[in-house]
Write a protein that binds this ligand. Structure first.
Ligand code: GLY
Length: 347
């Protein structure tokens, strides 16, 4: 189906479902953001970790997951962690390693980023991404891009080639195109799964999905002891046009400071912004002297406090890795010696 045809059918569907929603007085603001259960305390997930990635919340049910889908997740996590590990193993920088890992996941339609980005209320894709270099606290981010194949590359471009840290919308797409970043039409992002999710969201009274299932993130420590973090997302299904979440906001969805920690978040972006969640991990380490596990737990508790849900992956410069979460998450890590572990089933 062409983009125009898709949008036309979506417009018809929106009209059909808007009327009962109005009659019932239901709005996304009042129905989509229910208080979530508090985060469960978690311990350190692993030691001697050099790079870790996540592909969002909502880990899979083992019994209900077709073997080929499980194999696809396993292959994607293996490929993403190894792409990052190759950079680190050859003496490369953490910031290059996280970018390499994110590109793999942006190219995979399993994740809500790049190719598999979710649709907004108008049936379009608007993508957000950020990258942060913990060695000098430099940041690059883009928000609401519509034609960049790999938003993380555009974010890196903003960091390296502009005087700014965040560029949004058409300006970001134009900046990327002018600098030779690969561009695509919106049809590139179209997948039947994401389209069905949009139609489902349009049918429900809670028209904005309070969850997202596939924001991607990567964190790494390199041989110089420097940390970096990166996050990329399509945001929330059926989000308002122009809505921006936490992923491109340094301190909310992404943070890295080589003295303390690298963090990438996934979940309800509005709550991560209100909790300043990613920066909160570093604050707890710097000002309260907590280790990374307890600091990250404190940050996710803050997300729960404002009614959000989701998870963080966090890594300190000693390779201590933790994943505090409200609900479940899909993630993987690679150790200094190159061993990869994946976690994407919830049972
Ligand atoms: N955490 C991704 C978003 O809310 O956009």
């Amino acid at each position: 189906m062409s983009s125009v045809a898709k949008r036309r059918s979506l417009a018809v569907l929106s009209c059909v479902i808007a009327v009962p929603a109005l009659v019932l007085g239901v709005s996304s603001a009042s129905s989509g953001w229910a208080q979530k259960p508090a985060a469960q305390p978690s311990g350190a997930e692993a030691h001697d970790v050099s790079l870790a990635v996540h592909c969002g919340t909502a880990a899979l049910d083992r019994a209900e997951t077709p073997p080929e889908l499980g194999a696809a997740y396993e292959a994607m996590f293996q490929e993403a962690t190894q792409a990052g590990y190759r950079v680190l193993h050859s003496g490369g920088r953490a910031v290059d390693a996280v970018q390499a890992a994110i590109v793999v996941m942006e190219d995979n339609p399993l994740c809500n980023a790049g190719r598999g980005a979710v649709f907004n209320e108008d049936g379009e894709n608007q993508l957000d991404a950020s990258i942060m270099d913990g060695s000098d606290l430099d940041v690059g981010a883009v928000a609401g891009v519509e034609n960049v194949k790999n938003p993380i590359k555009a974010a890196r471009l903003v960091m390296d080639k502009s005087p700014h840290v965040l560029i949004a919308g058409e300006g970001a797409d134009d900046f990327a195109a002018r600098n030779g970043i690969e561009m695509v039409t919106q049809d590139y992002y179209w997948t039947p799964e994401r389209w069905d999710s949009l139609l489902e969201a349009k049918k429900n009274a809670a028209s904005v999905s309070g969850e997202e299932h596939g924001t991607v993130g990567a964190i790494a420590v390199d041989s110089h002891g420097d940390l970096a973090a990166a996050t990329s997302t399509g945001g929330l299904t059926n989000k308002m046009v122009g809505r921006v979440g936490d992923s491109p906001i340094a301190g909310a969805g992404t943070y890295a400071d080589s003295q303390f920690v690298a963090v990438s978040g996934t979940g309800t972006g509005e709550a991560f912004i209100r909790a300043n969640a990613a920066r909160e991990v570093a604050v707890q380490m710097e000002h309260r002297g907590l280790d990374v596990t307890r600091a990250a737990q404190a940050a996710i508790d803050r997300v729960a406090r404002v009614g959000g849900e989701g998870a963080l992956i966090a890594l300190d410069h000693d390779g201590e890795f933790t994943v505090p979460r409200i609900g479940t998450a899909k993630y993987a890590w690679v150790t200094n010696s190159g061993d990869v572990e994946t976690r994407f089933y919830r049972n």
